[in-house]
Design a binder for this molecule. Structure first.
Ligand SMILES: Nc1nc2c(ncn2[C@@H]2O[C@H](COP(=O)(O)OP(=O)(O)OP(=O)(O)O)[C@@H](O)[C@H]2O)c(=O)[nH]1
Length: 285
């Protein structure tokens, strides 16, 4: 679980590290969580990356709603941002990322070739908020357990180039950037997916947010998981949480039930979901 407290000093350090690394890379891999492609974006990313070529990588796509992921990919592309969704645990990920990276940089690579420069691996850095899956993707790409992976963000140290293939090299130190602290809903989305420290949010608030959300978009998943009746479905969110608490055999300990609901959602017990919604007709907006 995320344990970084982002003070201004930490932010300044994160910016400085990224600024130091940027001149050495051909492309930035910006990682966002496919379940929250907006809430998990660093608010300053565009400004920090400047004009450096940039690929959006939607991680954990195996946990996200596939229709929504497709909409998000289209949306980013329509806004001039090449994008790809990955499950970092899948073998095919390395090939897919290498291919799209070559496509994004095709002009630059062609220019280098016409100048007679020797073919060389593309150099990339992964950046993203804690827990977004930077180490897991890095490990997948370089096919080694080099980066420490865990639920404790901020564990990656050291700095060297790691070969993915003859086509791609990666900096072993991902850029860790801070998440959005903008508004309560963004915070709840980050908390529900496990991107930020739990203690900052009361679990019953996050659980009520989750209930409201699943009622709107994935009601059947709630019905199936907690054996809800049609009468339960007309209750207020608070009353529904109390019903679920009882169904879980937790009497009136709705805080414990809230924790369980959140855990169930994080562990995919309610299936795949996307919290940041993008409808298909919103391309390019
Ligand atoms: N299902 C699924 N889980 C993933 C995927 N990528 C990462 N994870 C999980 O997400 C959690 C965080 O992954 P890390 O790779 O440690 O994240 P990180 O961005 O390196 O975190 P920091 O080092 O804290 O910055 C781990 O439990 C991973 O197993 C993915 O594509 N699919």
């Amino acid at each position: 679980m995320a344990n970084i407290q982002w003070f201004p000093g930490h932010m300044a350090k994160a910016i400085r590290q990224l600024e130091e690394n940027l001149p050495h890379v051909d492309i930035v891999f910006e990682l966002v969580d496919a379940r929250i492609p907006l809430a998990s974006r660093n608010p300053e990313i565009e400004r920090l990356i400047k004009n450096k070529p940039h690929l959006m990588i939607l991680t954990k796509s195996d946990l996200a709603d596939p229709t929504q992921t497709a909409n998000w990919i289209r949306f980013f592309k329509a806004n001039g941002l090449p994008a790809i969704a990955v499950d970092s645990k899948a073998n095919i990920t390395t090939k897919a990322i290498t291919k799209i990276t070559q496509a994004v940089l095709s002009d630059k690579l062609a220019t280098e070739q016409t100048k007679g420069l020797k073919e060389r691996p593309i150099r990339a850095i992964t950046v993203g908020i804690p827990n977004v899956g930077k180490s897991t993707l890095l490990n997948r790409l370089v096919n080694k357990r080099v980066a420490q992976v865990g639920d404790t963000p901020g564990v990656t140290k050291g700095q060297q180039w790691l070969r993915s293939s003859s086509k791609l090299s990666l900096l072993d130190t991902p850029g860790i950037l801070w998440p959005k602290f903008e508004d309560e809903e963004t915070g709840q989305k980050l908390a529900l997916t496990g991107a930020i420290k739990d203690q900052r949010f009361a679990s019953d608030d996050v659980a009520l947010f989750a209930l409201r959300f699943f009622r709107s978009y994935y009601e059947q998943a709630l019905v199936d998981r907690y054996k809800l009746s049609s009468a339960d479905l007309v209750l207020s969110d608070v009353d529904l949480l109390l019903v679920i608490t009882k169904k879980l055999g937790m009497k009136d300990d709705y805080e414990r039930a809230s924790d369980r609901l959140i855990l169930d959602i994080r562990r995919e017990k309610l299936g795949r979901y996307t919290l940041d919604r993008k409808e298909d007709d919103q391309d390019g907006q």
